[in-house]
Design a protein around this ligand. Structure first.
Ligand SMILES: [Zn+2]
Length: 184
């Protein structure tokens, strides 16, 4: 939708008439209201899901830069991401949830099952297929899993004194060797 808006705005700008200018202003207002509403909806969905699943933490990639995007779109995505994170932070605060950040490195290329990391795992924009173990999934979901795992592993590393150290989650436990084991 944003790309469509930019295309039309570019065309109107080139005509350069006063009525084109007015149309651009009207469209910009509508566009920014749409974006704000959408981001609020997404932020509310994230908070609702966290509460439903009894989560204490919401993990985000620390995105100083979003990869694989054309420069102009990238700017918009960065801005939208920052807005979303700010909204989630303030809503989370009101609900007693904590927002944490992890490195975005390889979150879209790493297999959450076997750890194999390769550009080739991302077989299409929305599809993930591990070239080593064959695990498949929606690419965004796989990326989100990796973000969550990265935060969980950080907790493991700081408490890894013995081989059988484990991290207790409400839904189960995570150990360095066996990965996630659900509680029942
Ligand atoms: Zn794999």
């Amino acid at each position: 939708r944003h790309r469509g808006f930019e295309r039309i705005r570019g065309r109107l700008q080139r005509t350069g008439t006063q009525s084109a200018h007015r149309t651009i202003q009207q469209m910009s207002g509508r566009e920014s209201r749409h974006v704000r509403n959408t981001l609020h909806e997404v932020a509310n969905d994230i908070i609702d899901e966290a509460l439903e699943c009894d989560c204490e933490y919401i993990a985000f990639e620390n995105l100083r830069h979003i990869r694989d995007r054309a420069p102009r779109v990238k700017e918009f995505h960065q801005w939208a991401h920052r807005q979303l994170v700010d909204m989630v932070e303030s809503k989370a605060d009101a609900e007693g949830l904590r927002v944490v950040y992890v490195s975005p490195e390889n979150t879209s290329r790493r297999c959450p099952e076997c750890g194999h990391t390769s550009e080739g795992n991302r077989i299409a924009r929305s599809e993930f297929e591990c070239q080593s173990c064959g695990e498949t999934g929606n690419a965004d979901y796989v990326g989100a899993k990796n973000v969550g795992w990265r935060y969980v592993r950080r907790g493991l590393q700081s408490s890894r004194r013995t081989d059988d150290s484990q991290l207790a989650l409400k839904s189960g436990t995570v150990t360095p060797n066996r990965g996630f084991v659900p509680s029942d």
